[in-house]
Design a protein around this ligand. Structure first.
Ligand code: HEM
Ligand code: HEM
Length: 193
């Protein structure tokens, strides 16, 4: 890496995600930053705490909302592919970005699906924000325990690692590489904006 890059001006991106893709990204990110702390609080509440089941409902409903938004997002992405990488990105940076983005999509689907399965096959009702019930599946302790393993034992740590890597990569691109990567996920700023 050129050691003087961090003093160089920020380059303009060669392309941006569409405004729709940007909006879907930031809505998903915000919901992830809500669903996780809700999980931590609900898991640490005494079983008899009056607000515990409210937080579980909130966690599950936000999680199901995330997977619905991600389905829309992937459908949109199929018609509007990611913009080409900037010229300043090296081969390993492009490779890491591609792999980590697809792994983020895997967890964005895998976590809600495993969460749904652990509940739906464990005999627990799933209320969507108290508006309606999401259909349960027939009881299966084997599926419920496999889904719990995916969701709780492995999944959450994969989520934390990927989000940390993703956020750290953004900081690295913004502050050291100065290659306009964050701008790709933000609306264009003009003189008048
Ligand atoms: C992107 C979406 C989701 C993420 C990131 C997520 C993450 C988590 C995390 C971090 C925990 C706490 C694990 C622990 O501290 O041991 C948890 C627990 C739980 N989640 Fe999710 N979750 C998501 C979606 C869902 C959905 C959609 C459902 C159900 C419809 C669900 C049901 C549950 C349940 C029942 C628990 C408690 C598990 C237990 O008692 O061991 N989650 N989730
Ligand atoms: C700290 C907050 C976050 C920042 C600053 C951020 C920033 C970015 C940026 C700049 C990109 C574009 C990368 C590129 O141009 O190659 C991106 C893409 C992406 N981000 Fe984030 N992000 C954040 C949080 C999240 C979260 C919480 C998730 C999901 C768990 C997420 C999932 C994704 C995915 C899947 C892509 C790839 C988009 C695609 O190519 O379709 N991001 N993010």
């Amino acid at each position: 890496m050129d050691s003087n890059l961090w003093l160089s001006p920020v380059v303009k991106p060669r392309g941006r995600y569409t405004l729709t893709a940007q909006a879907l990204h930031w809505i998903t990110a915000t919901l992830m930053f809500i669903v996780l702390p809700v999980a931590w609080v609900m898991m640490n509440m005494p079983e008899t705490a009056p607000r515990r089941s409210l937080l579980f409902t909130l966690h599950k409903s936000i999680g199901l909302t995330i997977v619905m938004i991600v389905a829309v997002r992937l459908a949109w992405r199929a018609k509007h592919p990611a913009p080409p990488f900037g010229a300043r990105l090296s081969g390993w940076e492009k490779g890491t970005a591609l792999v980590s983005h697809w792994m983020l999509y895997v967890v964005l689907i895998g976590m809600p699906v495993s969460g749904y399965l652990l509940d739906a096959t464990g005999g627990y009702p799933i209320s969507y924000f108290g508006l309606f019930s999401v259909p349960a599946l027939s009881k299966s302790p084997a599926v419920a325990s496999a889904a719990t393993w995916v969701h709780v034992v492995v999944g959450q740590w994969v989520v934390y690692s990927l989000i940390l890597l993703h956020a750290a990569a953004t900081v690295w691109h913004v502050s050291l590489r100065r290659d306009g990567v964050l701008d790709r996920m933000l609306p264009e700023q003009t003189e008048n904006s």
